[in-house]
Design a protein around this ligand. Structure first.
Ligand code: G6P
Length: 614
């Protein structure tokens, strides 16, 4: 993970770097640091354990002048989070400083060779090895920094987005990437560099997405130059950034997560805009339509994803099997990539990723691609690595998601999956006209239904107080709502640190029911779907053992109301869209319990939003 930022131009670099780090703090917040080259060529590295705010405190009254610099916010992989392991790392002579997002896998071998050549190491990181290697190559070959970086990277196995500056050179940053994201912003007489476009948007809307295996020479006095490790120059492809600053701010909410929960009525509108006909008669997803034959000829569809995206994929599985009668499997990308899966030209792989940068999902895509499968992406971040690696796809268009716990991306992903399923079902002839229109109209009404679910905010805030000291939670659901139960439990774990498990309701009697006592809150999703009566029986089984039941029911339900201790009523949608509606109160419940416990909701411990390491 980790976030990287760089600046070279005519402005003071430090404030730009710090505000960029704040924007990227969702990527990691164990430590932070900055390296500046002053106008007289001094290399000044400042770094410390903690968040970006700690770095700001640490540098108060220190000299942080300079018009060129690089900065880093870390999510620790190799080496504990402390001052020494914080980036930037610098070389033996102190002449070169480097920031890195990724993992150098062969760092052990490289380190041993450097130690034999007299190099010493201060940190426990893989990154320090790379900066030392660059210096070693530079001094032995007596070459430029660019040449040294290019040559050193040929020896590196692993993933990296790096930026390097050098004492005495206040004009130039050398940057490179492989399997970790990097965007360069192109201004007038200045350049910006970052892990994503959020630190760049307020200065320029002209960006270049660096490709895997490329090195950028970013010199404030020259046009941007991009070459690969074999020194073949690429065309600099400047794209226009579609992102506004207001999308990156909290807009009066105490946390991004709450803002993002409340945004969902609008983000669903953005997601379906231009895709679902106003009368519900048609759904047009161009990425599916253009490749319809490929989908319909597929022997099966395999979803790959991680975390919340994997939960969304479980709902996608139900939707596609239910409506299109195509066999579907859902795989954790991290397992799929390492288990020699049977995958080939007859398969369609759907990669689901909010960030479009999750390393395991990207690797799963590459593996499936190599084996000839057709790859379809469901991503949020436009131009992200996964979006670019797929053959086709559909963006979810929910805007930047900054809270580490995913909310609006989940509902956007499921909404896109419903549209994929409808498009394929109609093309395949597996859905009747009435059923098609019922679901398409359900999608059109979804923003209003989600709005009603969001309005439960005050009720859930009050009632959440009863659970501040709960130590465990169980979430139950069946059918379409089973993945919603898993997602509800994940939200609670992530941000409140309360142990929570999602379970298919009927499976409780095969073991977990032994956990039930009066101390155990059980969140049961019991909407009036095709297996409602069965779910009610499962709730009775919990009640009979003294569990405290919090039920999510449809408005007007009286049956579950008589059994449950607390009821949260949500509006009715078509069965296959209900997980979207029920997820909102579950997001709010997790949010308020975490707030009651005084947790850092947007930056929970040990987590990061974009997991670009495996
Ligand atoms: C991290 C985030 C989760 C997210 C998962 C997959 O664990 O904290 O919220 O669901 O990565 O991320 P992706 O960007 O691929 O959806």
């Amino acid at each position: 993970m980790c976030g990287i930022v760089g600046y070279v131009g005519y402005r003071e670099a430090f404030p730009i770097l710090i505000s960029g780090l704040h924007r990227l703090e969702y990527r990691g917040y164990d430590s932070a640091g900055v390296a500046l080259v002053s106008d007289d060529g001094r290399l000044n590295v400042q770094k410390c354990r903690g968040k970006v705010a700690d770095l700001e405190n640490f540098t108060v009254s220190k000299d942080v002048s300079g018009h060129i610099g690089i900065a880093h916010t870390r999510w620790a992989t190799h080496g504990e989070p402390n001052d020494v392991n914080a980036h930037p790392h610098y070389s033996e002579s102190g002449n070169i400083a480097l920031i890195h997002n990724g993992i150098i896998e062969n760092y052990g071998v490289l380190k041993d060779a450097l130690i034999e050549n007299g190099y010493t190491f201060k940190s426990g990181t893989d990154t320090e090895v790379l900066v030392q290697l660059i210096e070693y190559v530079k001094t032995t070959n007596n070459c430029s920094l660019f040449e040294a970086v290019q040559s050193a990277l040929k020896q590196v196995v692993g993933a990296y987005a790096i930026a390097v500056v050098e004492k005495g050179n206040c004009d130039e940053i050398i940057a490179a990437r492989k399997s970790s994201p990097m965007v360069i912003g192109v201004g007038e007489g200045e350049y910006f560099l970052a892990s994503d476009a959020t630190p760049i948007v307020e200065y320029t809307d002209r960006v270049v997405y660096v490709n895997d295996g490329e090195i950028a020479v970013i010199n404030r006095n020259k046009p941007l130059k991009i070459v690969n490790l074999d020194n073949i120059e690429s065309r600099v492809d400047i794209k226009k950034l579609e992102l506004s600053i207001s999308q990156l701010e909290k807009g009066g909410y105490p946390h991004f997560m709450l803002k993002e929960i409340h945004e969902q009525p609008k983000t669903i509108v953005d997601c379906i805009r231009g895709r679902v006909a106003a009368d519900g008669s048609n759904v047009v997803l161009s990425g599916v339509m253009a490749n319809c034959e490929r989908f319909l000829q597929a022997k099966r569809i395999v979803f790959v994803g991680c975390g919340t995206s994997w939960h969304a994929a479980l709902i996608g599985e139900h939707l596609i099997e239910d409506l299109c009668r195509i066999p579907v499997e859902v795989e954790y990308a991290s397992e799929f990539r390492y288990r020699n899966p049977v995958i080939g030209p007859d398969d369609v792989v759907i990669a689901v990723s909010q960030s479009g940068e999750t390393a395991d999902t990207l690797a799963a895509v590459e593996l499936a691609k190599k084996n000839g499968a057709f790859i379809f992406g469901i991503c949020n971040v436009v131009g992200s690595s996964i979006a670019r690696a797929t053959d086709s796809g559909a963006y979810i268009h929910v805007g930047p998601e900054i809270g580490v716990a995913s909310t609006k991306a989940f509902t956007g992903q499921v909404t896109v999956m419903a549209m994929v399923a409808l498009t394929l079902a109609r093309a395949k002839g597996t859905i009747g006209e009435e059923h098609f229109r019922e679901i398409a109209n359900g999608l059109l009404h979804l923003p209003a239904l989600i709005e009603q679910a969001v309005e439960l905010d005050a009720q859930i805030r009050d009632f959440s107080k009863m659970f501040t000291y709960a130590r465990n939670f169980i979430y139950l659901g069946r059918g379409y709502n089973y993945p919603a139960a898993l997602e509800g439990a994940l939200k609670l774990k992530e941000i409140s640190y309360i142990h929570a498990e999602g379970y298919p309701a009927a499976e409780m009697k095969h073991g977990p029911i032994a956990l039930i006592d009066s101390e155990m809150p059980v969140v049961a999703i019991a909407t009036r779907d095709s297996i409602y009566e069965k779910t009610v029986s499962n709730i009775q089984e919990i009640k009979a053992r003294g569990g405290r039941i919090i039920a999510i029911v449809e408005q007007g339900d009286t049956v579950v109301r008589n059994i449950a201790d607390y009821c949260i009523e949500v509006p009715t949608a078509p069965e296959c869209l209900m997980p979207l509606v029920v997820s909102v109160p579950l997001q709010l419940l997790a949010y308020y319990i975490a707030v009651n416990k005084g947790r850092d909701v947007d930056q929970p411990r040990n987590l990061a939003k974009s997991v670009t390491v495996e």
